[in-house]
Design a protein around this ligand. Structure first.
Ligand SMILES: Cc1cc2nc3c(=O)[nH]c(=O)nc-3n(C[C@H](O)[C@H](O)[C@H](O)COP(=O)(O)OP(=O)(O)OC[C@H]3O[C@@H](n4cnc5c(N)ncnc54)[C@H](O)[C@@H]3O)c2cc1C
Length: 496
């Protein structure tokens, strides 16, 4: 980058004028090297292999993109992503007295649980202990009071009510948030994120924060900042997605009386009759989310990479198309669904797995098996290993069943989640929360469900608040103080 030869350096000029300049070399993968004017940033090596220029001819074509953008906002803590993890992080940090801003790419809070139409919460407890204590419990209780769970004491979600509950919780806690605001890049210096580059409806602008929390589910912020990550299995294969759906006119009394259930009990018959294009035996099913409403977690989009818009587009097309086959299956092979009508599909594709950011500790299957206890644990959880099938075949389904039934904890059993799984390697002022924290694939499939995300989000929020008040380094906060604050909020931390 050229510097001015005399007078104000370009960087000094820009800082004094409250603007940030981004200069990009973009390629067809949307991966960009980022440089803040006046500083030569060394782009850190990524763990995940990408095609080289020689392998992909499109990468030879590049453009240089340079633009001066306003620093529109400054805050103590910037939370990127408003799913369960981001909501919990923002609430927790704000309640610790920080000025918190949250940006969300979509049009509502809640991520997969609202825009993605995921129809139900998985377990908040281990059958004995309330594991998602604090904000997780508060969300559930507030939702219940607002008549947002179905049945009233159950786990089915009325998504529109949950959206409103999140809106109110964040507004009342003085969290400033905006929708239609996407993080598209960051500027980093010596392991610290200096600036978040955002794309809003108003155009490109920057936000500067002391601390950043990556709650994007996909680890976008960490990846843009050059933190190492892994994706999927050894071959890069990830769990399939699901386009969740909302159906009306279901006779739930008849469903229950039939004994056939709302899932896969009649699939083999339907396969024989040629109802389906794919023999996908893994059918989570339909949840009751209203008097006559059903929330469908039905069908899979195989071969998905949720960090690639072309892959997401293909998956959405398949998801919409394949629902016709499921509609036939539910109407003709199960009872109580004969009159059902499709109301809507998720405005976000249901993505179960993308990047796992590598942190100072990688939570792993051994920790699950041993019910690990960590000195720096920020919570404990217990949902079983739940890696959805990679392919629509019998072998894949048998692997899923084997893992899902054998990697499962008993009543009152749970595993620890260390703080170090929230601290991305190479970054000082960034924490990661939600489904992309530092785990192996097995543990990702357990911690990814919503109550798990409340636990890690809440901890990231408190830790960011502590760091923002001290020296802005996630690794030098007092773990004891973090744990005490979390305990005071209601977190389940019996070992500290
Ligand atoms: C099909 C399916 C079924 C599931 N079933 C269940 C279930 O039954 N029960 C359960 O508890 N869990 C279930 N889960 C898991 C759970 O819903 C998700 O793993 C969980 O919502 C993840 O929370 P999160 O906050 O980490 O990310 P998300 O919920 O994905 O939220 C991330 C948010 O960040 C936003 N975002 C992403 N990138 C950016 C960016 N660059 N800039 C700004 N914003 C951004 C997104 O728009 C989104 O709102 C299911 C998931 C799927 C996909």
């Amino acid at each position: 980058m050229r510097r001015r030869k005399s007078g104000l350096s370009r960087r000094t000029f820009l800082v004094s004028s409250g603007a940030t300049i981004i200069t990009k070399m973009t390629n067809s993968y949307g991966q960009a090297s980022n440089q803040e004017i006046g500083t030569t940033m060394k782009h850190e090596q990524r763990q995940h292999p990408h095609p080289t220029k020689d392998e992909n001819p499109h990468l030879k074509k590049q453009v240089v993109y340079s633009k001066k953008i306003p620093v529109k906002y400054e805050c103590d803590v910037l939370v990127v992503g408003g799913g369960p993890a981001g909501v919990a992080a923002a609430l927790a940090a704000s309640r610790q007295g920080c000025h918190v801003r949250l940006i969300e790419a979509h049009s509502c809070l809640g991520g997969m649980g609202t825009a993605g139409m995921v129809p139900a919460f998985m377990q908040f407890t281990d059958g004995k202990n309330f594991l998602a204590g604090g904000i997780g419990k508060e969300v559930l209780e507030t939702l219940r009071k607002a008549d947002g769970t179905v049945p009233p004491d159950g786990m089915g979600i009325r998504a529109e009510t949950l959206k409103r509950v999140y809106d109110n919780l964040l507004t009342e806690a003085d969290v400033v948030f905006s929708f239609y605001t996407k993080l598209i890049d960051v500027l980093t210096h010596r392991g610290s994120v200096q600036t978040a580059v955002c794309s809003g409806k108003s155009g490109l602008y920057a936000i500067k924060a002391k601390m950043y929390i990556d709650a994007t589910g996909d680890g976008d912020l960490c990846a843009f900042a050059g933190a190492p990550f892994e994706k999927g299995d050894a071959d890069g294969g990830m769990m399939p997605g699901t386009l969740c759906s909302l159906w009306a006119n279901i006779d739930w009394d008849k469903v229950h009386a039939s004994g056939l259930g709302a899932g896969g009990s009649q699939l083999e018959r339907a396969f024989q009759d040629g109802v389906f294009t794919l023999e996908d035996r893994h059918l989570p099913g339909m949840w009751r989310v209203g008097n006559t409403l059903g929330g469908g977690n039905i069908g899979h989009t195989f071969g998905l990479d949720g960090t690639d818009e072309e892959s997401l587009t293909k998956a959405l097309l398949w998801g919409r198309k394949s629902l016709l086959e499921y509609e036939r299956y539910y109407k003709e092979y199960l009872k109580g669904f004969e009159q059902m009508e499709l109301v809507a599909t998720g405005s976000l594709l249901g993505v179960r797995e993308t990047r796992r950011i590598i942190g100072d500790y990688v939570l792993n299957l051994e920790d699950f098996k041993t019910r690990a206890v960590f000195e720096d644990e920020i919570g404990r959880y217990s949902y079983p290993v739940d890696i959805h099938i990679a392919r629509p075949d019998k072998e894949s389904y048998e692997t899923f069943l084997r893992e899902h039934t054998s990697f499962r904890l008993g009543t009152g059993e749970n595993y620890g989640i260390p703080y170090r799984s929230l601290t991305p390697k190479t970054l000082n002022n960034v924490l990661v929360a939600g489904r992309c924290i530092s785990t192996d694939r097995y543990m990702q499939s357990s911690i990814r469900v919503m109550p798990g995300c409340y636990i890690t989000g809440q901890a990231a929020g408190v830790a960011a608040a502590l760091a923002s008040k001290t020296n802005l380094d996630t690794r030098s906060i007092s773990i004891k103080e973090l744990q005490k604050t979390l305990k005071d909020m209601g977190a389940f931390l019996p070992n500290c």
